[in-house]
Every structure is written in structure tokens, then in C-alpha cells.
Design a binder for this molecule. Structure first.
Ligand SMILES: N[C@@H](CCC(=O)N[C@@H](CS)C(=O)NCC(=O)O)C(=O)O
Length: 257
């Protein structure tokens, strides 16, 4: 595919919910590829007004001169055709590319949902924490809407994502299984999951686990662990951080974000 000079392209628009880990995956890819974009942040529920205007539902949505992309993986594939630098999100070598695709799919389908369910189970009652996670950088009228409607929003989130003590425990088991897969891959001391360079697989893993590791470099600055009062959650975060997969995701945030 012919590459274009990205500095001459009109800026892309990225529609997000600030704390969404799928949005963070795309934001990180854009930043890493040094592609200019404008982020438009929305409070959950209000985001639908923005995404539906461009034919989407969930976030992230990327609006470009080539069309609108409504899924994080589609967005990363599109971005990979756009960059003029030597960086690639997907390796050209077919076997490596295949492996990256498979891992990204695994993380998207089995990790993202479970991290969200597990995280909300512990944090959805922390109104101030949720306000920062959902409202940072959003329009004033949406912030005002949050202030009024949060109790109702919380109930809908709990119902939509089936957030209960039992589902949170099941989700943690799924998360631990994915961590095991990543631990095994990293056991030969490789610097990245696939090949010699950062790829979509690395960005997807680190971005999707961020809500359970709270890396300080995250653009929506996470609270310090000591400020939480749920001991069970603190213990799990410490355990996940100490695994090879956790150490690796935190390193990616430190060195590549
Ligand atoms: N498969 C989608 C998942 C995106 C997703 O789950 N987004 C959530 C936020 S983390 C969302 O927008 N939820 C609200 C909605 O569906 O309207 C992707 O990779 O982009």
C-alpha cells in the first residue's frame, strides 16, 4: 500500500470514554506511531450521542478521511497502513503477523471484558474515583449530567456488565489464566510478546490490563494503591503486578508509553 505523508493529513478524531481500556489501546497506538489526532472525550452514556453521529455505538471510534472505524482492532490495522515511520504494529512476516493477530484477539475477547467486570466490582461505589475516570476532559454539560445521574448510571453499568461478587471472582480466574499464557511466553526472557519489536499484541495486553495494574504513566492518572480501602482488591493488584506478565506490562508503560 502506498504510504502518505501523515503530517499533511487532516487530523483524525478519536471519540473516547476517558478511562476505557479499549480507547487507551488506540490512543497508545496513535501516540506510538506519532499520528496526529484530536481526542474527543465523553462521559459514559453521553458517548452514544457522539458515536451514533458517526455510525458507531461503543468507543473507541476513529473518524478519518478514509472513513469511520468502530472497533479497536480495525482501528489499529488501519493505522498501520498510515504511518510513514519504520514502526509497525503488525509484523510483515506472515507467521509473526498471524501470532500477533491471535494474541490481540485473545486479549480483546477474554481479557478486556473480565478486567472491566473485576475492576468495576471493587470501584463502582467510589463516586469520586469514578467521576475522575469518566469525566476527565469531557464537556461541562456531560459532567453536570454525571453529577445528577450517577446513581442511575451505576445501576445500569452493574446490570449491563453483570457485576456481582460471583462474576467478579470468575472474571479474576479468567484474568489469571490469560496472565499464565503471557507468563509462559515471557519465560524465555524475550523483550516483547512476538518478534523483536513492540507490536499490537504488546499494546493490547498492556492497555487492557491497566485497570488492574494502575501504571502511573497512564494518561488518566490512576490513584495510588494506598488510597484504596478494599484489602482484597489491593492484594490482587499486588499479586498481578508481581507476575512476569504484570512486570512486563508495567515496563511497557514506563518505557514505551
Ligand atoms: N470490541 C470493541 C470493544 C469496545 C468496548 O467494549 N467499549 C466499551 C468501553 S470499554 C463501551 O463503549 N461501552 C459502552 C457501549 O457499548 O456503548 C473494541 O475493541 O473496540
Amino acid at each position: 500500500m502506498q504510504q502518505q505523508n501523515i503530517s499533511k493529513l487532516p487530523s483524525m478524531r478519536l471519540i473516547t470514554i476517558p478511562i476505557s481500556h479499549y480507547c487507551e489501546k488506540v490512543r497508545w497506538a496513535l501516540d506510538w506511531l506519532e499520528i496526529p489526532y484530536t481526542e474527543e472525550r465523553h462521559v459514559p452514556f453521553f458517548h452514544r450521542l457522539a458515536t451514533s453521529r458517526d455510525g458507531g455505538k461503543s468507543v473507541p471510534v476513529l473518524v478519518t478521511q478514509d472513513g469511520t472505524f468502530t472497533d479497536s482492532t480495525d482501528i489499529l490495522h488501519y493505522l498501520d497502513t498510515k504511518n510513514t515511520k519504520s514502526k509497525k504494529l503488525y509484523p510483515s512476516e506472515p507467521n509473526l503477523r498471524n501470532e500477533v493477530n491471535q494474541l490481540e484477539e485473545l486479549f480483546d475477547t477474554r481479557l478486556g471484558n473480565n478486567i472491566r467486570r473485576w475492576g468495576y466490582f471493587y470501584r463502582i461505589h467510589d463516586r469520586e474515583g469514578i467521576r475522575r475516570s469518566w469525566c476527565t476532559g469531557t464537556p461541562g454539560w456531560e459532567k453536570a449530567g454525571f453529577a445528577i445521574a450517577f446513581p442511575v448510571m451505576r445501576k445500569i453499568v452493574q446490570r449491563t456488565y453483570n457485576i456481582t461478587a460471583v462474576s467478579a471472582r470468575d472474571s479474576l480466574q479468567e484474568i489469571q489464566q490469560i496472565f499464565e499464557i503471557v507468563n509462559k511466553k515471557l519465560s524465555d526472557a524475550r523483550p516483547y510478546l512476538i518478534g523483536d519489536n513492540l507490536s499490537a499484541a504488546d499494546i493490547t495486553f498492556a492497555a487492557l490490563v491497566a485497570p488492574a495494574l494502575l501504571p502511573p504513566e497512564h494518561p488518566i492518572k490512576p490513584p495510588a494503591l494506598e488510597t484504596f480501602n478494599n484489602q482484597e482488591m489491593i492484594t490482587t493488584i499486588k499479586e498481578l503486578r508481581a507476575t512476569p506478565a504484570g512486570v512486563y506490562a508495567l515496563r511497557l508503560y514506563r518505557e514505551q508509553r
